[in-house]
Design a protein around this ligand. Structure first.
Ligand code: PSU
Ligand code: MN
Length: 303
């Protein structure tokens, strides 16, 4: 029944048969999160890092209405370049699939597809969250609701300060989603290693992370776990600088009445523009770092 909706790459299919650890990757970061050609380069390099660390990468996207679990180089290239790719979150999946369209999956949609494919670990850059002024806009990413209900562990670099990080943590707490620091007590804020917020719990290595994830699911506690892994020191941006840039980006989004699914890509694009690319370099570095940690967690969970 389910299988007819999914299409595995050869590599992922073999990994599943051989019971090897698999790590899911999202595709919105490729189509809407980074410019060409850095987006496709990064996607390929991240896959390679996962292989080097003993797991098998499964980049997920909707291509011609099929849920693809694992993409070919041509498909990655297509996602990186084509304008005919929708940003696809939970609500977009049924339409894109029924109409045989192309969709780049967000954190929420990637979690859904990963769970369908039996993949427990998912590596990305940053999750969506509660936006600033959400008390009037009601802009809360569907990623958070997905973390509340779908059993996939998400390795990220914390939450970006384009969001209201405090409210994002409150939302996750309400829905029982543990926010765990990987080798840190402080919640990282994507471009920076720290934020004014603490994580709920700290783990010091992949084994500890895996034990916690296993305990959650074996107890039948539905939903994800956020593993927050700080950006490497050498790639972190200066806090005052990035705060300033984000304030400007937020102001421009407001002036241009950006709403709905366009908000996050607009802000990401502005931040990149205003930092003349240093934010992109940081973004690439943190995703790679997450890939390393995420594969180790996947390997550990697989034991
Ligand atoms: N944050 C980033 N880069 C991204 C995204 C978030 O630093 O590419 C993407 C992810 O795919 C995430 C989505 O799931 O944006 C959230 O969008 P929204 O806020 O519209 O739910
Ligand atoms: Mn939103």
């Amino acid at each position: 029944m389910l299988e007819k909706w999914l299409e595995y790459s050869e590599e992922v299919l073999e990994a599943k048969k051989a019971n090897k650890p698999v790590v899911a990757l999202e595709s919105t970061i490729i189509s809407h999160g980074m410019p060409y050609p850095q987006n496709v380069q990064t996607a390929k390099e991240v896959e390679e890092i996962i292989r080097k660390n003993g797991a098998v990468p499964a980049t997920i996207a909707i291509i011609n209405g099929k849920i693809k679990i694992g993409l070919s180089d041509e498909e990655l290239e297509f996602l990186a370049q084509s304008k005919d790719v929708e940003k696809a979150s939970r609500r977009d999946l049924p339409y894109l699939i029924a109409k045989k369209k192309n969709g780049a999956t967000t954190v929420a949609a990637t979690m859904i597809c990963a769970e369908l494919a039996g993949i427990e670990v998912f590596v990305t850059g940053g999750i969506g969250g509660v936006h600033r002024e959400a008390e009037t806009t009601m802009d809360i990413s569907a990623d958070l609701q997905e973390l509340a209900q779908t059993n996939v562990a998400v390795i990220c670099a914390g939450a970006k300060s384009i969001l209201d990080i405090g409210l994002t943590l409150e939302y996750l707490e309400t829905h029982g989603v543990p926010v765990v620091g990987f080798d840190t007590d402080v919640l990282p804020a994507f471009y920076t290693r720290t934020s004014p917020f603490s994580v709920n719990y700290r783990v010091d290595n992949a084994e500890e992370a895996a034990e916690m994830i296993r305990a959650k699911w074996e107890l039948g506690l539905k939903g994800g776990v956020v593993i927050a892994n700080p950006i490497p020191e050498s790639d972190a941006l200066e806090e005052a600088f990035i705060t300033n840039v984000i304030e400007t980006a937020l102001k421009e989004a407001k002036e241009n009445n950006i709403a709905g699914k366009k908000v996050t890509p607009f802000l990401l694009g502005k931040v990149k523009e205003l930092t003349e690319g240093t934010s992109l370099t940081a973004n690439i570095a943190l995703v790679k770092h997450n890939a390393e940690v995420g594969s180790r967690i996947a390997v550990s969970l697989n034991k």
